[in-house]
Ligand binder design. Sequence first.
Ligand SMILES: [Ca+2]
Ligand SMILES: [Ca+2]
Length: 188
Amino acid sequence: MKKLLQKGFTFVELLIVLGILAILIATVLLVINPAEAQRKARDAQRMKDLVTMQAIMDQAVSDGVFTVTAAWDSSQQAGSKACDGTGWLGFGQDFCKYIAVLPRDPQNVVSGKIAGVEGTGTACSNATTIDSKTLYYYAAYDVDSNSYEVNVRQESTSGCKNINNDGGDSNAFVEAGTAEGLDLIGDK
Ligand SMILES: [Ca+2]
Ligand SMILES: [Ca+2]
């Protein structure tokens, strides 16, 4: 019996093994960083949606479907994903022939603890988080120049670099569109 017990772990040995396991798990979590991985995944979706929104707007401008008579900003209407003109990217226009369901920010929150990141420079090394702001997609159409701008935020530190070098005037958005200087949407 004594021999058998000696072959097993002592309490101290068990503690050491558990300690090592805890360190290993903490290290793996630090490397994988599930929260940052989720932010990256949402950012990737946002970049995809930006291209989709550009395609919708390009087509709509090309087809001359806009009947609005004044500049229009959809940035505060991130609710419905309906394509029939009542959705957030509506401008009162029916976009159903271009897309069945409008893209919408994966988070789509009025005010989050972290609403995104912003920073300057190609590496965005000074990235800081944006607190207590809307985490929506934004769009604007200017009737005089028949041009538009669409914006998305980024949440992950690595996504921050997407907000620069896009030809726009904002260090808080990834901007795209046909408006000169992409200056139709101010910082939100
Ligand atoms: Ca930008
Ligand atoms: Ca802009």
